[in-house]
Design a protein. Structure first.
Length: 275
């Protein structure tokens, strides 16, 4: 009897003939590489691209990896500068929800907030449903949809250049006056800033210079600053520094930071929050 099973050769030379075996090899390779294309997988496993696409679709439905346009990424992989927000939302998802719940406890009723664009700040927005009378200013085009209309009194979105990958605007932290064209500066009680990397040498950093400048402006115009980063961002350094570690009032994560980072935060009086 003829079957449609594909023969594979493992590293130890043994053969596999079951689709389940192929998928196990596929998952292991995606986890090792972090991000791969359909063409790479088809060549490595010696099967058609259509077969790989079907495998990836099934594995995505099963929550084992994340299907992307043209390939897949591991659930534990670190996002790249060009990783879209829909993929980022599924990376470290449980960690971000933990951070969101903790960071929301810093928000007081009738306060003024600035929030930068990021999947972690989106998680904060989802956990603020019990707050009332807030004024919120953000460069995220997704946060307004996450906030309950009962939560805020006023909601503002900063203008600027549209950043498609992040679904955000990048521009000055100010608003244009309706008369005379004067730019109006703004102040807030708390800035909630999600960053892509945290290290002793690089402080809080991100991959985009303009984004770093905007976060720095938010921070300058805030009475209190909370930086948010999940533990996959520890001991990483990206291109543009937003601030040194000691510049925060709060650092919120899903785990305790490594000893060197924790020591710098403690020395500067930064309150560290984690579950």
């Amino acid at each position: 009897m003829t079957t449609n099973a594909t023969t594979l050769t493992d590293r130890d030379g043994s053969a596999r003939r079951l689709p389940a075996g192929r998928k196990a090899v596929l998952v292991a390779y995606v986890q090792e590489a972090g991000e791969v294309t359909v063409a790479e997988l088809a060549a490595r496993l010696d099967v058609s691209t259509d077969t790989i696409r079907r495998d990836l679709d099934r594995l995505d439905r099963d929550g084992i990896l994340i299907r992307t346009h043209g390939g897949a990424v591991s659930l534990s992989s670190l996002p790249q500068a060009d990783t879209g927000i829909d993929v980022r939302l599924r990376l470290q998802a449980s960690a971000k929800e933990s951070i969101g719940a903790l960071a929301a406890t810093l928000v007081q009723d009738d306060s003024v907030l600035m929030m930068n664009a990021g999947t972690t700040t989106l998680a904060v927005a989802r956990h603020m449903s019990e707050r009332r009378g807030l004024t919120v200013a953000t460069n995220s085009l997704r946060i307004p949809a996450e906030l309950s209309s009962n939560t805020y009194r006023d909601l503002y979105v900063f203008g600027g250049t549209y950043h498609q990958v992040a679904q955000a605007t990048i521009g000055p932290v100010s608003f244009q006056a309706s008369v005379g064209g004067k730019k109006l500066g703004v102040q807030c009680d708390l800035a909630l800033l999600a960053v892509g990397a945290v290290s002793v040498e690089g402080g809080y950093s991100t991959s985009n210079v303009a984004e770093a400048v905007m976060m720095s402006e938010m921070m300058t115009n805030a009475s209190r600053v909370a930086f948010l980063a999940d533990s996959s961002k520890f001991d990483r350094r990206l291109f543009a520094q937003v601030a040194e570690l000691g510049r925060a009032d709060y650092f919120v994560s899903d785990m305790a930071p490594p000893a060197e980072i924790a020591a710098v935060l403690a020395a500067n009086g930064v309150q560290v929050m984690y579950p």
